[in-house]
Design a binder for this molecule. Structure first.
Ligand code: NAP
Length: 278
């Protein structure tokens, strides 16, 4: 591992999406949230992930405004919550998200889950109108199973650019990764640190020790080397930096193979309304 921090230029992009971003779920203290967003942007991050349901779009917007980075250089993604997926609610709540974030448009708007008020024609129709109006630059989906993803691609005039799902060394999503590759859709990994569970896996610690790195860095390097974008949530500057330095870590083929043989231990994010539970 190099001693110097990577810069923004060291972060690869895939289909215009910076492949390492900052997650913000449960970063709900307004001052702490704004500060972690500004800290990340000043360190070199250019991708921030939030959602209507996180209750922190306003703080995320303040963090973006506080950082000395042009708005155009930052990739801002948010998500329409499952109660807001009827046509008129998609339009009204997206406009409210833009107001809270303090931006004219977002780079990516996801359907958060294909659940409750989701109706493929109705929901995606509204997102296409927002896309035509220039209020969202791209449409994405989240927590979509392969069949729902294919249906969304079929229905939407604008491309579906990403499917954001749980993915980490303990839940590797082999099938969805393959489907996304076939459809040329980015798989964006949420909970890329398994919400902390990757810290206690001896094989990941062992690989980390080989590189004088940390298990979170090994998880993030593994994802990047699979062509997967990751959005680890971190609040403290130390964690934000530790994750950012994963850009300097490259795992060997043997190490990548070793991760592919780890026991998979299921989902960390598994609400009753998840499509796999219906
Ligand atoms: N689309 C969806 O349905 C969905 C679902 C879940 C998550 N997400 C998105 O994905 C993001 C990431 O997922 P997540 O928040 O579930 O979990 P995660 O990123 O896997 O793990 C976050 C946890 O790891 C800690 N951490 C981060 N970096 C660390 C480091 N280098 N060393 C030690 N600890 C570290 C954080 O602590 P600190 O906060 O104290 O730094 C936090 O407790 C979310 O924030 C959200 O933006 C989306």
């Amino acid at each position: 591992m190099s001693d110097t921090d990577p810069t923004a230029d060291d972060c690869p992009y895939s289909n215009a999406i910076p492949m390492l971003g900052l997650g913000t779920w449960e970063n709900t203290n307004p001052a702490a949230c704004a500060e972690s967003v500004a800290t990340a942007l000043e360190m070199g991050y250019r991708h921030i992930d939030t959602a209507q349901a996180y209750g922190n779009e306003e703080s995320v917007g303040k963090g973006i405004a506080a950082a000395d980075i042009d708005r155009e250089a930052v990739f801002v993604a948010t998500k329409v919550w499952i109660d807001n997926l009827a046509h008129d609610d998609v339009i009204a709540t997206t406009e409210a998200s833009l107001d809270r974030l303090g931006v004219d448009s977002v780079d990516l708007m996801y359907v958060h889950w294909p659940s409750r008020t989701y109706d493929a024609e109705d929901t995606l129709g509204a997102l296409n109108e927002l896309y035509e109006d220039g209020k969202i630059d791209r449409i994405g989906v989240s927590n979509f199973e392969p069949d729902q993803l294919r249906e969304a691609i079929e229905i939407s005039d604008a491309p579906i650019v990403a499917n954001q799902v749980e993915c980490h060394p303990l839940f590797r999503q082999a099938e969805l990764r393959e489907v996304c590759d076939e459809e040329d859709i980015e798989l964006v990994a949420y909970s890329p640190l398994a919400r902390g569970d990757v810290f206690d896996v001896p094989a990941l610690q062992d690989i980390a020790d080989n590189h004088d790195a940390s298990p979170p860095q090994v998880s993030l390097a593994w994802l990047r080397q699979q062509g997967v974008t990751a959005i680890p949530k971190a609040t403290s500057e130390a964690h934000i930096r530790d994750n950012w330095q994963s850009l300097s870590l490259t795992l060997s083929d043997d190490e990548l193979d070793r991760i592919e043989t780890l026991d998979e231990t299921g989902r960390r994010v598994d609400p009753g309304f998840g499509p796999w539970n219906q």
